[in-house]
Write a protein that binds this ligand. Structure first.
Ligand SMILES: *[C@@H]1O[C@H](CO)[C@@H](O)[C@H](O)[C@H]1NC(C)=O
Ligand SMILES: *[C@@H]1O[C@H](CO)[C@@H](O)[C@H](O)[C@H]1NC(C)=O
Ligand SMILES: *[C@@H]1O[C@H](CO)[C@@H](O)[C@H](O)[C@H]1NC(C)=O
Length: 258
């Protein structure tokens, strides 16, 4: 009984720590910093007492030496807000001739503030990178709010993503493919038509390790940041799940072309 009350109290405290609007405010400060090339106002949101680090492409670096110090004219952003785990994921596109970038960033929160930043930063030369393709295709997709009655549970969303990620190292895994399903990888797009499928093109012997999840059931989406394959390429896989099935997948992978 005592333990149950304690668990409930803790859950209440955790839940009260993050609201969508609170998380959104901080993401807005992150975007403002990236646009201006000034680490503040974003760094003003860091929780120094529980600080875990600022990571770029899976390497812990000083925020003042990172990509945030380069002003980038962001042309697209879309975020997931995980109010259960107090985390966010933001997809950032810089469709700019001089400094084309696709960046995926997870923020982890404590005490209403950020205590870990995890960014995958890609540019020309990275795996399948094509800013024209990436910027174009994301605009053709619908990652909008799903009506409450049709929403999948966090568990269903996470399981679909895990099945996909497990398949790369275990061909026996059954993945809940949607029809259609389409993948955006670096800038390369699959068949967007009504019969589009994500079944093909899956390699084998590629473990996806150290998965960090951000789940937003209001839009049926999950981001999984991970180490891709035995060489542990910094990578983010984001999925949109509809009715328990995979509708879209976005892959941003830091592997440099040979
Ligand atoms: C982020 O995207 C939203 C639309 O989804 C837009 O209203 C907002 O201005 C964008 N923010 C920045 C900083 O580009
Ligand atoms: C990049 O993507 C665009 C739009 O899909 C496509 O027209 C173009 O051929 C691609 N470029 C390369 C080098 O693949
Ligand atoms: C999709 O598949 C159906 C059933 O096989 C077929 O009748 C239809 O022509 C296909 N549509 C397209 C656009 O390929």
């Amino acid at each position: 009984m005592f333990r149950l009350l304690w668990a409930t109290a803790l859950a209440t405290i955790a839940a009260s720590h993050c609201t969508r609007s609170g998380l959104k405010e901080v993401v807005d400060s992150y975007l403002a910093s990236q646009i201006s090339g000034q680490a503040t106002p974003f760094t003003a949101q860091f929780d120094t007492s529980t600080w875990l680090g600022y990571y770029e492409n899976a390497v812990k670096v000083d925020v003042n030496t990172g990509i945030l110090k380069t002003p980038l004219p962001i042309t697209h952003n879309r975020s997931l807000y995980d109010t259960t785990n107090c985390m966010t994921y933001t997809e950032v596109i810089v469709n700019d001739e001089k400094a084309p970038h696709v960046i995926g960033t997870q923020l982890k929160f404590a005490n209403h503030k950020v205590n870990r930043v995890d960014s995958i930063v890609t540019k020309p030369g990275d795996w399948l990178f094509n800013i024209t393709g990436y910027a174009y295709w994301v605009e053709q997709e619908n990652w909008g709010t799903i009506p409450e009655a049709k929403r999948d549970s966090r568990d269903t969303i996470k399981k679909a993503a895990d099945a996909y990620c497990d398949l790369f190292n275990d061909p026996s895994v059954v993945v809940p493919w949607g029809t259609p399903c389409v993948r955006l990888e670096g800038g390369l797009y699959g068949d967007p038509g009504p019969n589009g499928t994500c079944v093909g093109g899956v390699p084998s012997g590629v473990p996806m390790n150290r998965r960090r999840y951000v789940i937003d059931e209001t839009v049926g989406a999950v981001d999984v940041m991970l180490d891709f394959g035995t060489s542990a390429w910094p990578d983010t896989h984001e999925f949109r799940i509809e009715g328990g099935k995979i509708r879209y997948g976005h892959t941003v992978n830091r592997r440099q072309n040979p």
